[in-house]
Design a protein around this ligand. Structure first.
Ligand code: SAM
Length: 229
């Protein structure tokens, strides 16, 4: 599997090219939480997949990420869209540089799992720290929405083993609701499908993309949310 930490530091643009092939997620977020006029935080914002669809509706939005290079792309996209209600900041999920009760909505896409997967010896402590930071920063009526993978190359949910305990804890311990959606990649042609799959998901899946001519690469994502209703 490619080294994602290195990718987020050195190949942010190619990551952004990859996710530009997936569906936009504004509607699924709005079904959980109407967006207008909210103070929003995007944890692990990356190149701005969620920030870019939320910013036009938000009162303010703060994009946080461990990688400056990823946030630089988010900032460029926000400037290009002539938006001014935003801030970006390098931060770790376990220590948010934000005031208590300062956000109405916190979103996080495909990011917390890097700290909360069971290959990390401290995964459970990491998850507790992340959730406690979210609880500190959210206003009493606030909502948190988390997206994570349920399998790239899968047409129905197939959680990776190293993420199963994290997902179970969100529901069983923290009381999150849960559903899943398809987030398939619609590549322009097979060469692009192979290149971008190899870049981020590695040899095995890229070889399958070529063998099965997967210009449309299936993917499932889980959505976990906790809201006052
Ligand atoms: C798969 S990308 C997701 C980016 C974006 N949310 C999206 O949906 O495309 C994971 C992001 O999480 C960030 N990340 C990983 N570990 C982190 C941590 N401990 N604290 C904050 N951000 C982290 C990475 O730098 C990367 O930008």
């Amino acid at each position: 599997m490619p080294d994602h930490t290195r990718i987020y530091k050195q190949e942010a643009a190619q990551y952004d090219e990859l996710i530009s092939k997936q569906p936009e997620l504004k509607e699924v977020i709005e079904e959980i939480q109407p967006l207008s006029g909210l103070d929003i935080v995007d944890m692990g914002a990356g190149t701005g997949r969620l920030t870019m669809v939320l910013a036009p509706e938000a009162k303010t939005i703060i994009a946080l990420d461990a990688s400056e290079a990823m946030l630089q792309i988010t900032a460029e996209r926000l400037v290009d869209a002539c938006l001014t209600n935003w801030t970006t900041k390098v931060a770790d999920h376990r220590k948010l540089p934000l005031d208590d009760q300062s956000a109405d909505l916190i979103v996080s896409g495909w990011s917390m799992g890097y700290l909360a997967n069971t290959d990390e010896p401290e995964w459970e402590q990491n998850l507790d720290m992340i959730i406690s930071e979210i609880q500190r920063v959210l206003r009493p009526n606030g909502t948190v929405i988390i997206f994570e993978t349920l399998g790239t190359g899968h047409e129905t949910p197939s959680a990776p083993d190293f993420l199963k305990a994290y997902y179970a804890k969100l529901v069983d311990v923290y009381g999150f609701s849960h559903r899943w959606i398809r987030t398939d990649y619609e590549f322009d042609h097979i060469q692009q499908a192979e290149r971008l799959t190899r870049f981020f998901f590695g040899e095995e899946l890229a070889d399958r993309v070529v063998e099965q001519h997967l210009v449309r690469l299936p993917e499932c994502a889980g959505i976990w949310w906790l809201s006052p209703d």
